[in-house]
Ligand binder design. Sequence first.
Ligand code: SF4
Length: 182
Amino acid sequence: MTSGRVDIAAKPPGIEGAGFFATSLEKVVGLARKNSIWPLPFATSCCGIEFMATMGAHYDLARFGSERLSFSPRQADLLMVMGTIAKKMGPVLRQVYEQMAEPRWVLSVGACASSGGIFDTYSVLQGIDRIIPVDVYVPGCPPRPEQIIDGILKIQHLVETESLRRRDSEEYKTMLNAYGIE
Ligand code: SF4
């Protein structure tokens, strides 16, 4: 449903009739989480400038309910890593991730965060997925704001469709343990 130029979040699938609407808790929680993601921008270099453009009036991330940036990991759902991550910075990034409460998601923005980019050197981490799990990768050097928004939309899809029990599953714990995270 649309109102003017603003998309209104559609109601989740369910059963409806005169005076009632029934759906599952999982779908309602997914809908609420999807449209109120609080990102933590971890921007270290030029990709961060593209993110600033994404937050500006023209691209306006507020359209997706994500205008409230969090610079405290404890009040963030989405870690957005944008820029070159030096190996010395790796432990800091990991600590930020560990301080975020579950459920948490990670968006790797740009070639540097995803693979080290052009910096195939001794000092640069060759992809943040060597130290923390990543949910969505955004390609490009730099990615345009449209690509960053596309990454956010993919994260939104994950958030909306994720089972409420996933974070308690053995599979998820095994994945975290593979990164040495309890
Ligand atoms: S991917 Fe390109 S634009 Fe982004 S931080 Fe690396 S060098 Fe800069």
